[in-house]
Design a protein around this ligand. Structure first.
Ligand SMILES: Cc1cc2nc3c(=O)[nH]c(=O)nc-3n(C[C@H](O)[C@H](O)[C@H](O)COP(=O)(O)O)c2cc1C
Length: 277
């Protein structure tokens, strides 16, 4: 087979964005949650990012950025926060070109509302229609769940080469895959921890989803299952009664899909922690 070295891919024009490799961190917020989460990302990446409220811009500004991250909430009946509505109407009417733009949308909402995260979804669709490339699947977060947010930020960091908070780096996200009930007083929780897949540890430190700083993480023994990508933790009702932190009680009522922050013990700061076994 001969390879034609003269061959060039046709029309492979690279888009030049006036803001170079700056990442736009944009938010739309009614009561401040989306703004606060977006700001945390911005604070860790100030030299590379611009931070804006979409209520303050016109859609044309989006053409300046090759990388765009949106953190937006939903209000009313599946609508944008009030001050972001003029922007979104303008975006729906606009003919801006977002070809070559890499973007990601984080949608905040509450599952109690029938149109869960509808504005985030509509925004992502509109951006796609204008040519933007969604580099992460649109992610919907219920009640600004901190573990879900961490999980998304870690993925965002990998995709856009953005920094994450140091604390997030140390903590891994453990997703409950299944709960096996042995009897009323004993269950196995089966976790999937991406960064631990197929590696084994004798214990994990658990931090509640809220990650409130005044709660001491709890160390729980893990069961090794050779060749399994999952991590097993056995909980008994006796442990619930002994545990002062309340973490075991929360874990006891965990269901599939719940996310926890975990860490392998061993850091200096873990030295004082007591294992509950
Ligand atoms: C009056 C009101 C209406 C809301 N409507 C929706 C909705 O239609 N869909 C949804 O998913 N969440 C809805 N939410 C939940 C918010 O999106 C959620 O609390 C979000 O975290 C708020 O973020 P923000 O503080 O940045 O505005 C509503 C909340 C309130 C108070």
């Amino acid at each position: 087979m001969t390879i034609n070295s003269e061959f060039h891919e046709p029309n492979s024009t690279k888009h030049i964005f006036p803001k170079g490799d700056k990442v736009l961190i944009a938010y739309a917020s009614e009561t401040g949650t989306a703004q606060a989460l977006a700001k945390r990302i911005f604070i860790e990446n100030q030299s590379r990012c611009d931070f804006i409220n979409i209520a303050d811009i016109k859609p044309e500004l989006l053409e300046a950025y090759g990388q765009q991250v949106f953190v937006v909430s939903t209000f009313g009946d599946g609508q944008a926060p009030v001050n972001a509505r003029p922007f979104f109407s303008a975006l729906q009417r606009s003919s801006i070109q977002l070809k070559g733009v890499r973007c990601a949308v984080l949608a905040l909402g509450n599952k109690h509302y029938p149109n869960f995260c509808e504005f985030g979804k509509n925004l992502a669709e509109q951006l796609t229609q204008l040519g933007a490339d969604q580099r992460l699947p649109i992610t919907k977060i219920n009640r600004a769940d901190p573990a879900e947010f961490s999980h998304w930020w870690l993925k965002l960091g990998e995709t856009f080469t953005l920094n994450v908070e140091q604390e997030l780096d140390e903590w891994m996200v453990a997703t409950v895959m299944d709960v096996e009930k042995h009897d009323e007083a004993s269950i196995d929780l089966i976790f999937y921890i991406q960064s631990l897949e197929h590696a084994h540890t004798n214990a994990l430190l658990f931090q509640p989803k809220t990650k409130r700083k005044n709660i001491t993480p709890l160390s729980l023994a893990t069961k090794a299952e050779m060749h399994s990508p999952f991590t097993f933790v056995n909980l008994t009702y006796e442990m619930v009664e002994r545990d002062q932190s309340g973490i075991v009680k929360q874990l006891f009522s965990a269901t599939s899909g719940d996310k926890w922050h975990v860490r392998v013990p061993g850091l200096d700061s873990d030295a004082k922690m007591e294992a509950t076994r």
